[in-house]
Design a protein around this ligand. Sequence first.
Ligand code: 0A1
Ligand code: ZN
Length: 886
Amino acid sequence: MRLEDYQPYSFELESTDLTFDIRADHTDVESTTSFRRKNDEQNELELDGIDLELLSIAIDNRPLTSNEYSVDSTKLSIVDLPERFKLTIQTRIYPQANTALEGLYRSGDLYCTQCEAEGFRKITYYPDRPDVQSKFTTTLVADSGQFGVMLANGNLIRDEITSDNRRRVTWVDPFNKPSYLFALVAGNLAVLEDNFTTLSGRNIALRIYSEPHNIDACTHAMESLKRAMAWDESAFGREYDLDTFMIVAVEDFNMGAMENKGLNIFNTSCVLASPSTATDAAYLRVEGVVAHEYFHNWSGNRVTCRDWFQLSLKEGFTVFRDSEFSAAMNSRNVKRIQDVDVLRTAQFAEDASPLAHPVRPTSYIEISNFYTTTIYEKGAEVVRMLSTMLGQDNFRSATDLYFDRHDGGAATTEDFVVAMEDVSGVNLDRFRNWYSQAGTPVIEVEESRINDLITLHLKQSCPPSPNQPSKSTFHIPISIGLISIDGQDALGQAGAANGFDIHVHTDLNFENPNADGTLAFHFDCEETTITISGVPPKSVVSFLRGFSAPVNVTFPRSNTDLLHLATLDTDGFVRWDAAQKILGSTITTPASDTQFAKALLQKLSRSAVSAADDGETKALLASAMTLPSTLYVLDQNPGRDVIELDGGRDRLLSEMGIALEDSWEEIVNQNISDSPYHADGISIARRSLSHLAMDYLGAGLEKRGPGTAWDLYYDLYRRCDNLTDRLFAFSRLLRLEASLAEKKSVVIQDFHDRFNASALVTDKWFSVQAGCKVSGTLPRIVELATHPEFDLQNPNRARALLSTFATVNHREFHRSDGKSYTFLADQILKLDSLNPQLASRVCIPLTRWQRFDSGRQERMKDSLERIQRDCQSKDLREVTQKSLVA
Ligand code: 0A1
Ligand code: ZN
């Protein structure tokens, strides 16, 4: 599929009536659609359809004979049509045999749908594209005893028992929508009900459905939903439009959740939360995903995408919105750091890989492969840069204009940018390159200093990416501050207020939007110079505040300057980033050179000991003291031996564990809590701080004598009342000395038996073992893949074992004999025949082969080649083919 081939559809759809007759071994679907031809020249109707049994087809109630239409494995076409006509098609489908979880499928006893991006064509023949919209009426007919709950988009208008004792319900959705937003659900479900009064005083009924035994775990999702609804009104002026909003939790789901109009369908992992079955991270994720799907009602549903090349129009914007929401509900700095961490490890890696693609791609083979971190997370960064450049008020006016202009329509990323330009008057020509060019730009900074004059020389470039050997200049917003010797902001209004008289000279346009000492520069040329005069001695430049653009910065600077920033900068991101730099370079350099890491951790851990009981402060300290991930360090040093780096990381952990033992102990004692579990900011921050300190402490103890850390973790494991602590303790116990094997298997069994009733915690049981980075664990992973509770058909379970193994367990996944790659390839090929979308996602870690040393590269490619040769789906074929080209 190519962006340049886009053609509008030749017909308009006035209405779509669907009837689903659900039977034990098949479902019959009847669809009646009213078409109107848009112009006289085009008179061939093309409909999409895959894996359908066509039972009948009629135009204006007259059945067609087989020579009046043509049908192949993906399309149905009819020619010579009147200007207006009603098309009725009957198809038969087999939801119980649908393991791809696309279209209508069964999850346990429940029937549900997943239609984004192109699943509707597995239900009936239809123009399955986002720019074709219609009003849907949906009727479900099914056994009345078996299906207490029968739902579809919109409002329920009829619910009756038929003469043959079947239940028949009809739902009408008054809004136009594309087929990808269609949904139905039928099953025996419990419901949690609540309501919300909108800004204009309308009362909305809120319902969350789950399996009866999980319904108590839905309250956190419900509270999150109400907060999201209120926030979208105040932050973006967006009000909900239907009378009911429903969420259904299902156990088998390929992604996190789906924004179907008025009837969101969620992976249970993104709805359910109770202290003993969900971690702190899960509580935050539920809040974020509930908000994300809800926000799609405007950024996605009311204004949708013209074609799938525009996917980031809804996804990037909606991720930006949910991230702002989470920042407002929790801590802004902590959320920013988490987002940047994900972006720099996952998205930067994608951008540097053979699968790199622009935020607005120009071609694809299988659209499911494009639900990527580039479309989502980099897309959100692009929207964030626009909001930074326009400032809060103009950005809000521009989103208002965008919603207003395109309400009920299908838009492009260009429409979004034009709305931003129209409101602000800022020229965004070079900014558009963020949508069209792949790759992470690099900014090289050189600083020189003569007396009170600082000169910053800036140069931008962008490495080549597939089909894009050379790049044009980006328009990059760069936020800069200056931190004085005693930690004061010395630039801009804050600088003036603090008694500094500093001047900035540059050809770049720049703004001084807030009084916080941060200047925002528009870096839209290849090279430039910024000079700052009147700088007091020993002040340090604070660069790329708030991570103002998704770029790689090379800025050679002394550890002394980094230490200054890590401990004194007023910008949370820069503080964290400077700490990561010191710790990261210590991991890659010989063990003797730990003095700056030690000085840093000493200062930060002391601050933690004396910190007020404040969630934000504690959480920020915990992230600043967390060692950078092995893969992030590897990406800064491509080609290095990943296991060596992982070992370097562990060594630093144990060395610092010993060196600062007293502080760690004190942090643990201060932050471990005996009061009942709460997922509020301060409690979450205390847990992360205490886990961090226990990591250092435990690593130090282990170094002194094998097995000595057992009691530290086992004590927590035994007495905690929540999954966050228990999972932490469980995972650390498994990492300890091999001589503890017997004790470990007792704990493994104990964890298993305690939580066997919860599928989500059993997933964790698999993932902790899969992620256990002890050499020689592959046989255990292989054993788990044949465990009776392992199930390749359940995406959560498959990911818990396979994706965790491939992304977390560097030590064993990257063993040098390549046996783990072979194991993963075997599993991917098995998965391919069941669920191609999932198989292709599980394959991603192998496609990142370029970041590893040459030996591993060869073995990873061997596995990719075998997958390419033996795979069935175009999903996997696209991913393996593209990743092997480079
Ligand atoms: N639009 C959803 C993501 C999603 C995409 C594809 C799916 O099935 C293949 C399911 C969900 C979101 O962004 O939340
Ligand atoms: Zn989304």
